[in-house]
Design a protein around this ligand. Structure first.
Ligand code: ADP
Ligand code: MG
Length: 246
């Protein structure tokens, strides 16, 4: 579903991603771990075209983006990739004047030009799926952080993505609201969604991930199945990271 080949990203002189080779298979759940500043968000943002890559190439669901391809070619590929990937961030970026369901169906109505009643029935089904059937007419600002993040997940799912990218979806939430978001993510994983998740929730990583990828200073230091990763990390840097978070 995702393959990167020597993907590099620099901001000015600073090399933030250094020749990343990263793979995600269909239906695989990959958890991306690493200290702050290691390049996790930048990698996700490159995969979704929110950042331009500086070198290398990658493919998402067969659509290839090459750093040396002409701008127009890259832009066309990125538009295609965006249609197939859903992204969930710490911040929600809702339309404040729209209701929960209004936010969920916005992309269906404006991007996919779907008739409103058809979009509404999809929106209702998705809000039900994230446990918010009774909140469809409520404005996001009146919802808890956990409910807002579940609306954001429903909004991403509305576009029927092949892949979901999550960048610390629970990091801004009060501790008691984290579980409801993680349980929606667990269900998605069980239903066979392909997912890349940046998170500090180690219990979730251990239980849900098929593969853990550990980044530090812009490189992938190691990757392993969760049990091997947590019980027998190979690198000193990984061991230090695991000591610090436990
Ligand atoms: P992580 O998500 O692992 O915490 P990031 O991908 O956000 O790491 O950041 C990796 C590095 O890239 C950091 O050193 C950060 O300061 C730098 N960086 C990220 N975005 C930008 C930007 N737009 N301009 C300059 N430097 C950036
Ligand atoms: Mg980040």
């Amino acid at each position: 579903m995702i393959t990167t080949y020597g993907l590099g990203k620099r901001f000015g002189e600073v090399e933030v991603l250094k020749s990343i080779d990263f793979q995600v298979a269909a239906r695989e759940i990959v958890v991306l771990l690493g200290p702050s500043g290691s390049g996790k968000s930048t990698l996700l943002r490159c995969l979704n075209g929110l950042e331009e890559l500086s070198s290398g190439r990658f493919a998402v669901n067969g659509i290839e983006v090459d750093a040396i391809a002409p701008l127009r070619t890259r832009q066309a590929a990125i538009r295609n990739i965006r249609r197939q990937t859903g992204m969930v961030f710490q911040q929600f970026n809702f339309y404040p004047h729209k209701t929960a369901i209004g936010n969920v169906i916005e992309g269906l109505v404006t991007v996919k030009k779907m008739p409103r009643d058809q979009a509404m029935s999809i929106g209702q089904r998705l809000l039900e799926r994230v446990g918010l059937a009774d909140k469809q007419d409520v404005h996001p600002a009146r919802l808890s952080g956990g409910q807002q993040q579940r609306v954001a997940i429903a909004r991403a799912l509305a576009m029927d993505p092949a892949i979901m990218l999550f960048d610390e979806p629970t990091s801004a939430l009060d501790p008691e609201l984290v579980g409801e978001v993680l349980s929606v993510m667990r269900e998605l994983a069980q239903e066979g969604m392909t997912m890349v998740v940046v998170t500090h929730e180690m219990k979730f990583a251990r239980e849900v991930a098929d593969k853990i990828v550990f980044m530090a200073d812009g490189v992938i230091l190691e990757e392993a199945a969760p049990q091997a990763f947590f019980e027998a990390p190979r690198h000193e840097r990984t061991q230090k990271f695991l000591r610090q978070i436990s």
